[in-house]
Design a protein around this ligand. Sequence first.
Ligand SMILES: Nc1ncnc2c1ncn2[C@@H]1O[C@H](COP(=O)(O)OP(=O)(O)OP(=O)(O)O)[C@@H](O)[C@H]1O
Ligand SMILES: [Mg+2]
Length: 256
Amino acid sequence: MTCSIPILVVSNRKGGAGKTTVSVNLAAEFAAMGRRVLLIDLDSQGHCAVGLGVKVSAGQTAVHDIFTQPALRLVDVICETSINNLFLLPANPAFQHDNSGKDEQRLARALADEAIADQFDFIIIDTPPTLDNLLLNALSAANWVLVPYVPHPLSFEGVRQLVRVLFKVISERNSKLKILGFLPIMTANHVRQHRQVNEQVTKQFGALRSLSGIRTDIKLAEAFGVGKPVRLYAPKSRGAEDFAELAVTLIQLIEK
Ligand SMILES: Nc1ncnc2c1ncn2[C@@H]1O[C@H](COP(=O)(O)OP(=O)(O)OP(=O)(O)O)[C@@H](O)[C@H]1O
Ligand SMILES: [Mg+2]
């Protein structure tokens, strides 16, 4: 049995590539578009809760506890946020990533609960900057993967390595997984190096999968600091504009 609603994983093993910023702000955009969204924080850094201003108390049950509690139902772990239609499955900051075991399907089974498909239209999973069993769990549960990257020469190599992993997962573990797109983050068209890296990505992976990107905007970092999506913190900012546009593009690709 699999989960019947779209599940989008945001992944790049490189740290600071914008995964959490994208996960939180896209989740808020989809929620504003009327989708009931469940945001899952699979990174024990727990930054999704910070970005949404959700308080998680020490010892509170979290998504990572499925790896140690076989009978745990995720519907019992979901937290409300202050945003209509947006709910969070928080991370366990005390979780040791080595403790995720060897079962790559644990999350997929936990999400196959009918109560989740009844309550939500969309799931977004934020992932840690690692290539471990947590990431394999996310990729095994999902049907879409979105790869944010900062357009520096080194990140292109990182994206290529990740794509090799994605193709391996698709051929060996989860044939319903598709690459939704590559998303440049903190990108500036007037910077030649950014243009070059973005062109390299387009050449390697195709124009269809190259998304137009999120420009550098300090409002995105500030919004995170006050625990709000940018659409609420600075609705007229470049960051808010770029995320609104991205959400429309992605919804069309996913729901077509
Ligand atoms: N478009 C942007 N403009 C300005 N700052 C940004 C932008 N996108 C992300 N940032 C900032 O860059 C930093 C890294 O972003 P983020 O935490 O989303 O990356 P990450 O991939 O989730 O990192 P990690 O691998 O540690 O989980 C944060 O401080 C964030 O506020
Ligand atoms: Mg993160």
